[in-house]
Write a protein that binds this ligand. Sequence first.
Ligand code: PMV
Length: 345
Amino acid sequence: MNNNKMEGYVEWTSPSNIATIKYWGKTEDQHPLNPSLSFTLKNSKTITGIKYKRTRNKESSLKVIYDKTENVAFEKRIQEYLHKIKNTLPNISYYDLEINTRNTFPHSTGIASSASAFSALALCLYSIENKIMSEEDLHKVSNLARIGSGSASRSLYPNAALWGKTNLLVESSNIHAIDYTKYLHPIFKTLQNTILIINDEEKKVSSSQGHQIMSKNPFATTRYNQANQNLEKIIPALQTGDFKTYSEILENEALTLHALMMTSMPGYILMKPNTLQSIELINEFKHNTNLPVTYTMDAGPNIHIQYPKIYAKQIISFIDLKLKPLCKNQQIIYDEIGAGPERNV
Ligand code: PMV
């Protein structure tokens, strides 16, 4: 072992993200079957700290504490993850690790937490061995995060990120995501993302299972082509500030994602009655007011409503009046585009 550090503590805060072009379907080595594009969130974050100490034993130890309680299920997932990355970060296996992690968003609200969790974890593990100085380091951390959860590869960057090889961008890659900030029109840098918590129970089918059964979905090839075509249309919309085209693609991607779940074998539905009712009310509001407001969904029943900041007042009054009553315990998260991860210690 050539690392001099015997022990220490490192801590990062890393955000979740919301995909506009969805990643749904992957190869065995966690490469995506189509490119995806996401906005980085600001308030939905994971804070992870790692106490590390060079081990005195033959085998190093691992303890994972989630929200102040030891979490064996998460510990097992992280153990498997550490095994997968041991060739990339060889020194980590010489340390006893105590990982403390928590989310800023309420526990089990159905927000994709794997993106913030694995990006925060990858940042901490990488920082034990290296200083993050350059874009090249971020690409390496993005690769590490990808191995834990594909969408986590995109959480490393401010504003927006693209993951997956596409001929439309030479610097794109299946191995790591890239910073998409420079391709955004200023209006998208003010993007608001209000999350309706329609249901906060644990999903019956996880995203990992969802990705797996995509391989047998009869519409899989059509879907991967569609994602590429949608990316081709959304790129100029993001560049010119064309919110109308952006909305059409965003909604098409969200509905397609859920249609793919329904057309898998076995098929399943993650939306709830209040998900559909909210969508109808958003469509009606959009039609009546002509305001630039749109929605998307992750692999779950909750809805992310997006709009430029200048329209926040009118849109939030509509959300609070009409949509809040449809949310579980009236829970809403007022989130927006964010600046990416931060090192705390
Ligand atoms: O990163 P995973 O394996 O949790 O998959 C995430 C999939 C979606 O959230 C549905 C879409 C996406 O691109 O984030």
